[in-house]
Ligand binder design. Structure first.
Ligand SMILES: NC(=O)c1ccc[n+]([C@@H]2O[C@H](COP(=O)([O-])OP(=O)(O)OC[C@H]3O[C@@H](n4cnc5c(N)ncnc54)[C@H](OP(=O)(O)O)[C@@H]3O)[C@@H](O)[C@H]2O)c1
Length: 324
């Protein structure tokens, strides 16, 4: 079954996605949409895309497209996703899914009502190391999990024009990078029952660094951190009663996993071809072929639960996005 893709928002991420789409035999990059016809044409020329649209509305109206990859800033995810859903398109929407859980719920409800597939592009979940991690945890490789630690952050150039520093585009460390440690904690421990966060919201109005301790009913803890003005380790550790699993940098797409037990270290290499974004494309294709409207690996409820955790952290550190 050939699946015909459209890309909305020909920015940095769309480039990586277009390159990886070429790795999937039955995927066709059929159209690109931009707010500017010049940018759409430049992207289409670069990737040999047959149709270039000068608005997202025109992309939504393109009858040749089955599914749209929404690669716009998170501040636009709800609006853009709803546009494509209403046009009857399936949607793969970049992470973070939305600015908050309320927006996310509206997106999920719209997809269900329209009967189209919708998934957050949480590509980590589909990568070989994350598949291996789930297998190791299922096999009780480190016993009962008690603690997850994960951080993701860099010193980003202080460019007020860049979306990372712009509250109007959902900038800051928490949503853009912190979603990865948060999703790892959720994958391993499920939704938290308590959240205790601290962070620094800088002069541009976005969080420059943030840390949160997520508590669970049986005493398990997750410690998650993110930053755009501090170099963090970008690693993760999962500690259990028998040992630990270490995810080296970058923790959202590591090339290996290490299981450490007393007197023993087992390294599992998990290489892949390309940037790694095509695994989630394969998932979309499989679900569409099966006539399913969500992914069991990244289901709607999981996306919304993670958004709720991020909402709570934002509330505690006083991080507000205009208009959301
Ligand atoms: N999965 C990953 O590894 C990964 C990596 C990086 C980013 N992301 C996510 O991907 C999304 C896009 O990130 P990016 O780094 O590609 O951003 P970017 O380079 O700024 O590109 C975003 C694109 O969205 C379009 N757009 C629509 N509304 C916009 C607005 N109000 N302001 C600016 N651009 C707007 C722009 O295209 P036109 O103006 O031409 O329409 C722009 O090219 C974000 O949600 C981000 O979190 C994911």
């Amino acid at each position: 079954m050939t699946v015909r893709w459209g890309i909305a928002g020909p920015g940095a991420m769309a480039v990586g996605f277009a390159n990886d789409l070429a790795l999937v035999d039955d995927a066709v990059l059929a159209a690109v949409g931009s707010r500017s016809i010049e940018r759409a044409r430049a992207f289409a020329d670069r990737y040999g895309v047959p149709a270039a649209h000068g608005s997202y509305e025109d992309l939504a109206a393109d009858p040749t497209i089955d599914v749209v990859y929404v690669a716009t800033p998170q501040s636009s995810h709800e609006r853009d996703t709803l546009l494509f859903i209403e046009a009857g398109k399936h949607v793969l929407c970049e992470k973070p899914f939305a600015l908050n859980a309320t927006q996310g719920r509206r997106m999920v409800e719209a997809a269900r009502a329209r009967g189209v597939f919708l998934m957050e592009a949480m590509w980590s979940r589909f990568l070989p190391p994350y598949r291996k991690l789930v297998e190791l945890l299922g096999d009780q490789a480190i016993g009962e999990v008690r603690l997850v630690e994960a951080d993701f952050g860099f010193v980003m150039p202080r460019d007020p024009e860049h979306r990372h520093w712009d509250p109007w585009r959902g900038g800051g460390g928490l949503l853009d990078l912190g979603v990865y440690p948060a999703q790892l904690a959720s994958l391993v421990l499920g939704p938290p029952s308590t959240v205790a966060a601290a962070g620094y919201v800088g002069p541009t109005g976005v969080d420059e660094q943030v840390a949160a301790v997520l508590g669970h009913p049986e005493g398990q803890l997750a410690i998650v951190k993110a930053a755009i003005a501090t170099n963090l380790t970008c690693t993760a550790r999962i500690a259990g009663t028998l040992g630990t699993i270490e995810l080296p940098a970058l923790m959202h797409c590591p090339g290996s996993l290490t299981v450490a037990r007393p007197g023993q270290r087992d390294v599992f290499e998990t290489p892949w071809a390309g940037g790694g974004w095509h695994f989630q494309v394969l998932e979309v294709h499989q679900r569409l072929a099966a006539g399913e409207l969500e992914s069991p690996t990244m289901p709607h409820a999981e996306t919304l639960s993670i958004m709720e955790t991020l909402d709570t952290i934002r509330e505690q550190i006083g991080l507000q996005f205009p208009g959301a």
